[in-house]
Design a protein around this ligand. Structure first.
Ligand SMILES: Nc1ncnc2c1ncn2[C@@H]1O[C@H](COP(=O)(O)OP(=O)(O)OP(=O)(O)O)[C@@H](O)[C@H]1O
Ligand SMILES: [Mg+2]
Length: 144
């Protein structure tokens, strides 16, 4: 199922992410695609808020993976940013596949196309397009 949204501000994109949260359960992988500054992190900040995460979500660009506790305590939320990764070989040893295979994790991956061969078939793809300075076209596609 595919749905297309148009947001007209940073806040609207955050709210869209927040609205998606109740549908996200453990074992879900959310794959984000779109240019620099297209709104991926902004959306993930809203999603994290909706999942009850109180910490500020900051871009993990230099750290690659940031981990946040969820209310249930057992599950964790992982925010991964692959911008600096050149190809699938570079992620060897980072344990991303293990994170994906653990059904209690919720994982948001920016620049997910860089690891398309290890993305699970069942996932949510979210595409960002900058239609003008403050407008973003956001396509959410559930694949099961
Ligand atoms: N409708 C909108 N939705 C989201 N962000 C918007 C919107 N309009 C303007 N912006 C601005 O666009 C920028 C989006 O930045 P953000 O860090 O979310 O992008 P990103 O896709 O994560 O980029 P990167 O690939 O560098 O991680 C912010 O500066 C934000 O204020
Ligand atoms: Mg980002």
């Amino acid at each position: 199922m595919k749905k297309i949204f148009l947001t007209k501000s940073f806040k609207e994109t955050q709210n869209l992410g927040k609205k998606l949260a109740p549908e996200i359960i453990g074992g879900k992988v959310l794959a984000f695609y779109g240019n620099l500054g297209s709104g991926k992190t902004t959306f993930i900040q809203g999603l994290a808020k909706g999942l009850g995460i109180k910490n500020n979500i900051i871009s993990p660009t230099f750290i690659l993976i940031r981990t946040y506790d969820l209310k249930s305590r057992i599950s964790k939320f992982y925010h991964i940013d692959l911008y600096r990764i050149d190809g699938e070989k570079e992620i060897d040893g980072l344990g991303i596949e293990e994170l994906i295979n653990n059904p209690s994790n919720i994982i948001a991956i920016e620049w997910a196309e860089k690891i398309k061969n290890i993305l699970p078939k069942k996932r949510i793809d979210i595409y960002f397009k900058e239609s003008s300075e403050n407008e973003r076209q956001i396509t959410i596609e559930r694949i099961d």
